[in-house]
Design a protein around this ligand. Structure first.
Ligand code: MN
Length: 196
């Protein structure tokens, strides 16, 4: 199975003004693409060549000698997932099954958004904030650098990229403003519902 850069699920200008065309040009076209190219190069001629991304991530997650492969492969997967977590005119309160699950596991939608944004804002340095399903319950999780719930056998439902490259052109150091825009205007709840 070839590891390739997937197309964005929307035009590059579709998330503006919350995420600009310029950010998506760099983030998808340069950063995500570089992770794809490095993964392909690193697995060439190894027993991981031809394996799918999730297999590569799980096989390298606990092996310090393969950290380079893990970091790049996990970043390929995380970014593809992140693009799908957004849509134009998204965000706000969900409908469908996820709405009830959020209310029962967090108490209210507001408590969920507070915890999700807090996880993103307090992730020190580069990383990701997640909504995950763990042992049948929804939880908030944050990971550093390339780390991903997949590597811990935890099911991801939603993520936001909090590496500076995700928001610096649009928000500079104001990560909380980017997180507020993500929650208020960008989350693709249809995608989250499709994962339940
Ligand atoms: Mn990124």
């Amino acid at each position: 199975m070839a590891i390739e850069l997937p197309k964005l699920p929307y035009p590059k200008n579709a998330l503006a003004p919350h995420i600009s065309e310029k950010t998506l040009e760099f983030h998808h076209g340069k950063h995500h693409n570089a992770y794809v190219e490095k993964t392909v190069k690193l697995i060439e001629g190894t027993d991981l060549a031809g394996k799918d991304l999730e297999t590569i991530i799980k096989k390298t997650a606990q092996d310090p000698a393969k950290a380079g492969i893990f970091n790049n492969a996990a970043q390929v997967w995380n970014h593809t997932f992140y693009w799908n977590c957004m849509k134009p005119k998204g965000g706000g309160k969900p409908s469908g099954a996820i709405a009830g699950r959020i209310t029962s596991d967090f108490g209210s939608f507001e408590k969920f958004t507070d915890q999700f944004k807090d996880a993103g804002a307090t992730q020190f340095g580069s990383g990701w904030a997640w909504l995950v399903e763990k042992k049948g319950r929804l939880e908030i999780m944050k990971t550093s650098n390339a780390d991903t719930p997949l590597a811990h056998d935890i099911k991801p439902l939603l993520t936001v990229d909090v590496w500076e490259h995700a928001y610096y052109l649009d928000y500079q150091n104001r990560r909380p403003d980017y997180l507020a825009a993500f929650v208020g205007h960008l989350i693709n709840w249809d995608f989250v519902n499709s994962l339940l």
